[in-house]
Design a protein around this ligand. Structure first.
Ligand code: FES
Length: 105
Protein backbone atom coordinates (compact mmCIF):
# COMPACT_ATOMS: atom_id res chain seq x y z
CA UNK A 1 0.00 0.00 0.00
CA UNK A 2 1.59 3.26 -1.05
CA UNK A 3 1.54 6.47 0.92
CA UNK A 4 -0.75 8.08 -1.63
CA UNK A 5 -3.57 5.87 -0.41
CA UNK A 6 -3.06 6.95 3.15
CA UNK A 7 -5.13 9.83 4.47
CA UNK A 8 -4.43 12.15 7.36
CA UNK A 9 -6.98 11.97 10.15
CA UNK A 10 -5.33 14.70 12.22
CA UNK A 11 -2.73 15.43 14.86
CA UNK A 12 -2.92 13.25 17.98
CA UNK A 13 -3.10 16.41 20.10
CA UNK A 14 -6.49 17.14 18.54
CA UNK A 15 -7.68 13.55 18.90
CA UNK A 16 -7.64 12.82 22.63
CA UNK A 17 -9.23 9.90 24.48
CA UNK A 18 -12.85 9.52 23.38
CA UNK A 19 -12.34 11.47 20.18
CA UNK A 20 -14.35 10.47 17.09
CA UNK A 21 -14.07 11.89 13.60
CA UNK A 22 -14.37 10.74 10.01
CA UNK A 23 -12.07 10.82 7.03
CA UNK A 24 -12.73 10.10 3.38
CA UNK A 25 -10.68 7.19 2.05
CA UNK A 26 -11.22 6.47 -1.64
CA UNK A 27 -14.77 7.80 -1.41
CA UNK A 28 -15.65 5.84 1.73
CA UNK A 29 -16.40 7.49 5.05
CA UNK A 30 -14.13 5.98 7.72
CA UNK A 31 -14.67 6.55 11.41
CA UNK A 32 -11.59 7.08 13.59
CA UNK A 33 -11.98 6.50 17.32
CA UNK A 34 -9.51 7.01 20.15
CA UNK A 35 -10.44 4.44 22.77
CA UNK A 36 -8.14 4.21 25.79
CA UNK A 37 -5.23 5.65 23.85
CA UNK A 38 -5.50 3.38 20.80
CA UNK A 39 -6.78 4.63 17.46
CA UNK A 40 -9.26 2.42 15.66
CA UNK A 41 -10.65 2.95 12.17
CA UNK A 42 -13.76 1.33 10.80
CA UNK A 43 -16.25 1.98 8.08
CA UNK A 44 -18.68 4.66 9.19
CA UNK A 45 -21.71 2.55 8.37
CA UNK A 46 -23.67 0.17 10.52
CA UNK A 47 -24.06 -3.21 8.78
CA UNK A 48 -27.69 -3.49 9.85
CA UNK A 49 -28.99 -0.54 7.86
CA UNK A 50 -27.18 2.26 6.17
CA UNK A 51 -26.63 4.43 9.22
CA UNK A 52 -23.46 6.24 10.33
CA UNK A 53 -21.68 5.00 13.47
CA UNK A 54 -20.13 8.42 14.14
CA UNK A 55 -21.17 9.73 17.55
CA UNK A 56 -22.23 6.36 18.90
CA UNK A 57 -21.53 5.55 22.53
CA UNK A 58 -18.22 3.77 23.06
CA UNK A 59 -17.63 1.50 26.03
CA UNK A 60 -15.79 -1.74 26.72
CA UNK A 61 -14.12 -1.50 23.32
CA UNK A 62 -17.42 -1.44 21.48
CA UNK A 63 -19.27 1.27 19.61
CA UNK A 64 -23.05 1.34 19.67
CA UNK A 65 -25.10 2.21 16.59
CA UNK A 66 -27.53 4.89 17.70
CA UNK A 67 -30.24 3.71 15.33
CA UNK A 68 -31.18 0.31 16.83
CA UNK A 69 -28.44 -0.38 19.35
CA UNK A 70 -26.14 -2.85 17.58
CA UNK A 71 -22.64 -2.96 19.05
CA UNK A 72 -19.41 -3.47 17.09
CA UNK A 73 -16.03 -4.42 18.50
CA UNK A 74 -13.52 -1.70 17.60
CA UNK A 75 -10.55 -4.08 17.39
CA UNK A 76 -12.18 -6.67 15.13
CA UNK A 77 -15.23 -5.00 13.59
CA UNK A 78 -17.36 -7.94 14.72
CA UNK A 79 -21.02 -7.38 15.48
CA UNK A 80 -21.58 -8.24 19.14
CA UNK A 81 -25.18 -7.23 19.63
CA UNK A 82 -28.24 -7.68 17.43
CA UNK A 83 -29.77 -6.51 15.18
CA UNK A 84 -26.44 -6.34 13.30
CA UNK A 85 -24.82 -9.67 12.44
CA UNK A 86 -22.23 -8.77 9.79
CA UNK A 87 -18.87 -7.27 10.79
CA UNK A 88 -18.04 -3.72 9.88
CA UNK A 89 -14.95 -3.22 7.69
CA UNK A 90 -11.75 -2.28 9.50
CA UNK A 91 -8.95 0.02 8.37
CA UNK A 92 -5.36 0.47 9.45
CA UNK A 93 -4.31 3.38 11.64
CA UNK A 94 -0.71 4.55 11.90
CA UNK A 95 0.82 7.27 14.00
CA UNK A 96 3.69 9.15 12.41
CA UNK A 97 5.26 12.44 13.47
CA UNK A 98 2.43 13.03 15.92
CA UNK A 99 -0.36 12.52 13.40
CA UNK A 100 -2.86 9.75 12.76
CA UNK A 101 -3.17 8.25 9.28
CA UNK A 102 -5.75 5.82 7.91
CA UNK A 103 -5.31 3.32 5.09
CA UNK A 104 -6.77 0.08 3.77
CA UNK A 105 -5.88 -2.99 5.78
S1 FES B 1 -28.89 0.67 11.64
FE1 FES B 1 -27.43 0.18 13.18
S2 FES B 1 -28.48 -1.19 14.46
FE2 FES B 1 -29.91 -0.79 12.88
Amino acid sequence: MSDSQRVLAGPTTEMPEGHQSTVDLNGVSVLVVNFEGTYYALRNNCTHKDYPLLGGDVSMGRITCEKHGAKFELATGKARTLPAVKPVKLYRTEIEDGAVYVSEL
